[in-house]
Ligand binder design. Structure first.
Ligand code: 4UU
Length: 522
């Protein structure tokens, strides 16, 4: 049984992303596109388009060609958007890197993606330089946006006053971005998203939200992640809104920016909703500008969402998506007061879904949980250099197997009820168990290891490691946690450890995660 979007299809412009966003600035050239929430400095649409063109020209002059990969390693600022769109305008592909990554994590993404240029900021230069030197990394130039001795700065790029290169983009086949996601299994992989994928999702999303030139969007979610990149930044730029950037989440600063910059549309992940529902300082700010609080990236608890709504007097909405879908497939439209905010709403335009029983492989109907499969113009082209992972995720009919379990009701409203994939999400960030397992196995005191997600006391999903010690060694929980913490970004830390005599495995040697999960609920 195929479930189709209840909305009519929207036309997807046959253009690349730069053309969609900056091709026609009529009436918006002087309107603010981006505002730095800390300094208040702003860039108009006209200025943004002009400097994006110059950055593209300067990158081309430095040898960046169509299809080349450029890494971006920076917190959210207006210049992130400049770098991002400059790369795409040059016909190159942006691989966006998590700001919290260690030098090793950064190096693996640069190596795997084949990036030749890395754009960063001076505060991240230590990690950028260490990663660029790592074996197999091809980065030959590091651009430091705010400048650093011996490096090209954004000012240098702009000073060249170069015209953007004449590149012809084929939106259907040319890649625009290469964010990393572990998908349903294994380590992080490059997700190949074409210009068509990004453009499609932007028009699919903007069809269901009430946003325009008067809208002021708060961009605290990182632009390196597909949610921040597409939903917060690109969709907002498409409708001519103003995007107010914040480099990281800090509750008082977040509340100050909403109050002072009068942002009416704020995108968050569920942990921010917890703070908004419970923290006493929330009452000290005038949050009346806030009209729509939109949550995604992890399950939003209905009761919590209602508490935030009651406390702030705003509308709360939820969306569901995945990097591999550019990212949105389901959301609650702004105007649909009737849809429960603990659900992920309706299938967005131009998409269709199936629900498939993970045990039997049979398609299921209304009211029965099944793995969610989705198809549409926003679904990725595949994983970079990884045919096996692509084939395991995208089937011959074009359906992406999400690894999430959903239920659809008779009105077409979808709830996410479980996850059958390995992925752990800590505060909305991806923590691939395979990566932590491989890391644990590099410890000579560890004979075997498996990692799953468990709930902590606050209901937050956290990584738990099951560890088998080498015979006769002395190794405690704290030592295991410290070993991991020293080597990964803070959000990937193992937060619970249990020692076992053996990791349950199938005959073919696969970790039986469901047996480990069953131990937890027992
Ligand atoms: C339960 O997190 C994302 C995308 C987030 C997003 C998408 C559309 C936010 C707002 C929006 O409108 O991408 P990834 O690739 O980092 O993680 C994807 C996984 C999903 O497979 C699912 O397990 O994150 C989980 N997830 C959710 N789970 C994402 N959104 C939800 C949700 N409820 N609302």
């Amino acid at each position: 049984m195929i479930f189709r979007s209840p909305f009519p299809d929207v036309a997807i412009p046959d253009v690349g992303l730069p053309e969609l966003l900056f091709g026609d600035l009529a009436g918006r050239a002087d309107h603010p596109a981006l505002v730095d929430g800390s300094s208040g400095r702003s860039l108009s649409y006209g200025e943004l388009a002009a400097i994006v063109g110059k950055v593209a020209g300067a990158l081309a002059a430095r040898g960046v060609r169509k299809g080349d990969v450029v890494g971006i390693f920076s917190p959210n600022t207006p210049f992130y958007a400049v770098a991002f769109h400059g790369v795409l305008r040059a016909g190159a592909v942006a691989t966006t890197v998590n700001s919290l990554y260690t030098a090793d994590e950064l190096a693996s993404q640069l190596r795997d993606s084949g990036a030749t240029v890395l754009i960063t900021i001076s505060a991240f230069l230590d990690r950028a330089e260490a990663a660029a030197k790592a074996e197999g990394v091809r980065v030959s130039e590091i651009v430091v946006l705010d400048g650093a001795p011996g490096h090209t700065s954004l000012a240098d790029l702009l000073a060249a006053d170069a015209a953007p290169p004449d590149v012809v983009i084929d939106p259907a086949t040319d890649l625009a971005v290469l964010p990393y996601s572990s998908g349903t299994t294994g380590r992080a992989k490059g997700v190949m998203l074409t210009h068509r994928n990004l453009v499609a999702n932007i028009v699919q999303i903007t069809e269901l939200i009430e946003a325009g030139a008067d809208t002021r969007v708060l961009a605290v979610l990182p632009f390196f992640h597909i949610y921040g990149m597409q939903v917060t930044m690109n969709a907002a730029l498409h409708v001519g809104a103003t995007v107010v950037t914040m480099p990281k989440f800090d509750l008082p600063e977040f509340l100050r920016v909403i109050a002072e910059h009068r942002t009416d549309r704020v995108y968050i992940a569920p942990p921010v909703a917890v703070a908004l529902a419970k923290h006493p300082i929330v009452d000290s700010y005038d949050l009346s500008p806030l009209k729509v609080l939109f949550s995604g990236a992890a399950p939003l608890d209905e009761e919590l969402a209602e508490a935030v709504k009651a406390r702030l007097g705003c509308t709360v909405r939820q969306g569901y998506g995945m990097t591999e879908m550019s990212p949105v497939s389901h959301m609650i439209p702004d105007v649909r007061e009737d849809i429960p905010i603990g659900t992920v709403g309706l299938i967005i335009p131009n998409m269709e879904c199936k629900l498939v029983d993970p045990g039997t492989g049979e398609e299921v109907g209304v009211g029965v949980p099944g793995e969610l499969w989705c198809k549409g113009p926003n679904v990725m082209a595949g994983y970079l250099n990884n045919r096996d992972a692509t084939d395991a995720t995208l089937d011959a009919d074009g359906y992406l197997h999400t690894g999430d379990v959903a239920v659809i009701d008779a009105d077409g409203v979808v709830s996410i009820v479980d996850r059958v994939k390995e992925l752990i999400k800590y505060k909305g960030y991806q923590v691939p168990p395979a990566e932590l397992e491989a890391l644990l196995l590099t410890n000579p005191l560890i004979a075997d290891a498996a990692v799953i997600g468990v709930r902590d006391d606050e209901g937050e999903e956290v990584p738990k490691a099951f560890v088998v010690r080498q015979q006769g060694v002395d190794l405690d929980e704290a030592a295991v946690m410290a070993f991991v913490a020293e080597r990964v970004a803070p959000y990937k830390k193992v937060r619970v450890v249990e020692f076992l005599d053996a990791i349950p495995k199938s005959a073919s040697g696969k970790i039986l995660r469901k047996d480990l999960r069953a131990r937890e609920s027992a």
